[in-house]
Design a protein around this ligand. Structure first.
Ligand code: SAT
Ligand code: MN
Length: 607
């Protein structure tokens, strides 16, 4: 079939593999035009003005260069049911992923992709995950027919012609193909937020080919393919082959009085406060304790020559949950999003001031909800998974080290979930192997970051349940092996900021006060803080924590640190049943750790 002239011109790229891939994609998707992106501010401005003209973007008042987008109400979060890891055999992807044989999936999706960009421009985005000068950097090309995705990729990744230079004539790259899946007939008017119906949505990963095929959604992790798809799913599979780790973790820098620096990486499921913790404002700043941000969502970890574990944030921006972000909960985020920010699915006043639950106490009058309707005062005005997209460098707490090509050495790894009951405020694992067990068995209540029920406890190992690009049993094995490769591994802790009292009240103030828990960890590492040995690990007594100036009643502190043997005993058969799903892929040390926990609790470990 004859292609438009502009499509042909773009074949002339230096890298033959890239040229061939772009030609194949163009022939399949049949865009009206192809545009190579350079990541420049001019390109961003042109695309944004165009979207404003067409009514898909709304400029916001009092926030320079900031825009509101409203997605289709059916396209507001990651679609885990429609997310696939596609290999030849089921065993490669395991029981926690959706599997379709890769040939079958390619056939199905090729049918969908055929002609899917009619009436649209196909953008080719060369980007790097990680600073280009980092040994951890991964070069990638995303093709998309969504200008919203192009602008978001500008913010979230490093888009630049330098990426093509680095690729050279025969370099390899990760292929990210994306379409909103809404071809236009000649003369047909475009939707404000084009997307495909749910049964046509596919977020597919081919780890053997370092390739991602996403179809039908324009939202967040479904469409900004550098993030969960590349940064976690494809990267985790690469990391296993290459001896490193791709994890769903924030990275923060903690400065102690006198200037000593410690780095901590922490894994929490989506919408459980990673951004807030990464941007924590120290309540003990006057005493010389400071916190700075390295990253808020993804950490690429590798053993350094010094035997420690080093971490790089591969992203360049934040795609943060907006509701709950306010001057008290996260002043650094509030300052970050004052300018140059894309807001998606927040509410807005008639004069263009964005609003969301938690921004300030009282909603303004005359509010339009996230779908642009006059707000009825009862439903949420902003969607619970509404997001800001903003460059990391705008964050006042960003660390000077955040783009260090070598990354930062970690003192501690923290795992946590959202659990109203059971898990104490903090405990320390006995050693790496026990830490892997603690992380592999963590549970958390689901949130609005993915479609489906909210508030149901599910096992979310390492907060990677939706993001692991291969069989999770093998992933546990990789974690155990990585520990053996480290001479000075970080210490492993588990936290729960969300424990509630009998009356349903949160017992811990959270936010900035979480610093006190981090300080206990650092003191443990330095051999300076006490703890009691419990069946689940080492738990501080209230007197082991620095609670100076904090008003938490003694009875709440006691409840926060309590380990209820009966409640924990009830977890044992649930963990066993979860482990059983992995069959022979479950590494024996995890099974032994469960037996040991059961024994310490005085129960049997069989389901
Ligand atoms: O939509 S994203 O996957 O990028 C956000 C999240 O779930 O953490
Ligand atoms: Mn996340």
């Amino acid at each position: 079939m004859e292609l438009p002239v502009r499509v042909k011109e773009s074949y002339e790229v230096n890298n033959e593999k890239l040229g061939r891939w772009i030609r194949d994609v163009a022939e399949m998707c049949q865009p009206d035009a192809i545009r190579w992106c350079d990541g420049s501010p001019g390109e961003y401005d042109r695309l944004m003005s165009d979207m404003v003209r067409r009514g898909t973007a709304t400029p916001l008042a009092k926030r320079p260069n900031s825009f509101l987008f409203r997605s289709d109400p059916s396209d507001v979060a990651r679609v885990e049911d429609r997310t696939f890891i596609s290999c030849i055999t089921y065993d490669e992807v395991g029981p926690t992923n959706n599997w379709i044989n890769c040939d079958d999936l390619r056939r199905t999706m090729t049918e969908l992709y055929r002609g899917c960009m009619h009436g649209r421009t196909m953008y080719v985005i060369p980007f790097s995950m990680g600073p280009l000068n980092s040994p951890m950097a991964k070069i990638s090309i995303q093709v998309t027919d969504s200008p919203y995705v192009v602008c978001s990729m500008h913010i979230m990744t490093r888009v630049s012609p330098k990426v093509l230079e680095a690729l050279g004539a025969d370099g390899d790259f990760i292929k990210c193909l994306h379409s909103v899946g809404a071809p236009l007939a000649p003369g047909e008017e475009d939707a404000l937020w084009p997307c495909a119906p749910i049964e046509q949505k596919y977020i597919s990963h081919f780890p053997h080919d370092d390739e991602i095929w996403s179809y039908g959604s324009g939202y967040g992790g479904n469409a900004l393919l550098g993030k969960k798809s590349l940064g976690l799913r494809i990267a985790s599979a690469m990391a296993r082959r290459e001896g490193w780790m791709a994890e769903h973790m924030l990275i923060l820098e903690l400065e102690l009085p006198g200037g000593e620096l410690h780095y901590v990486a922490a894994a929490f499921p989506s919408a459980c406060g990673k951004t807030n913790l990464a941007m924590l404002v120290s309540p003990l700043e006057h005493k010389g304790y400071k916190v700075r941000t390295i990253g808020d969502d993804i950490a690429w970890l590798r053993p350094g020559p010094d035997g420690r574990l080093w971490a790089v944030n591969p992203e360049a921006g934040f795609f943060g949950v907006v509701p709950g972000t306010g001057p008290e909960t996260n002043p650094n985020a509030m300052a970050t999003i004052r300018t140059n920010t894309i807001f998606t699915n927040v509410a807005v006043t008639r004069d263009g001031i964005p609003w969301w639950e938690g921004k300030d106490k009282k909603p303004p009058k005359d509010l339009l909800d996230w779908q642009g309707r006059p707000w009825n005062g009862t439903d949420k005005a902003a969607h619970p998974n509404s997001r800001f997209t903003v460059q990391a460098r705008q964050c006042p707490s960003i660390s000077p080290k955040w783009e260090d090509p070598q990354g930062v050495p970690l003192s501690a790894l923290v795992f946590g979930g959202r659990r109203a009951r059971l898990a104490p405020l903090v405990f320390e694992a006995r050693d790496w192997e026990h830490g892997v067990f603690v992380a592999a068995t963590m549970g958390s209540e689901t949130t609005a970051a993915a479609t489906g029920n909210v508030g149901v406890v599910r096992r979310d190992p390492m907060a990677m349940l939706p993001f692991c690009g291969y069989n999770m049993g093998d992933y546990f094995g990789h974690w155990l092996r990585m520990g053996q490769a480290l001479e000075s591994p970080p210490r492993i802790f588990h936290v729960n900021w969300f424990r509630q009292g009998q009356d349903g009240r949160f017992l811990w103030p959270g936010f900035g006060q979480n610093l006190r828990v981090l300080l206990w960890m650092i003191d443990r590492i330095k051999g300076k803080a006490g703890a009691v040995d419990t069946p689940i690990g080492k738990v501080p007594r209230p007197e082991d924590l620095n609670l100076e100036g904090l008003n938490v009643p003694d009875s709440d502190m006691k409840a926060l640190l309590a380990v209820d043997r009966e409640e924990w005993a009830a977890e044992v058969p649930e963990i066993r049943a979860f482990f059983d799903r992995f069959g022979e892929r479950l590494p024996p040390p995890l099974s032994h750790s469960l037996d040991a926990l059961a024994q310490r609790l005085g129960v049997t470990a069989t389901a």
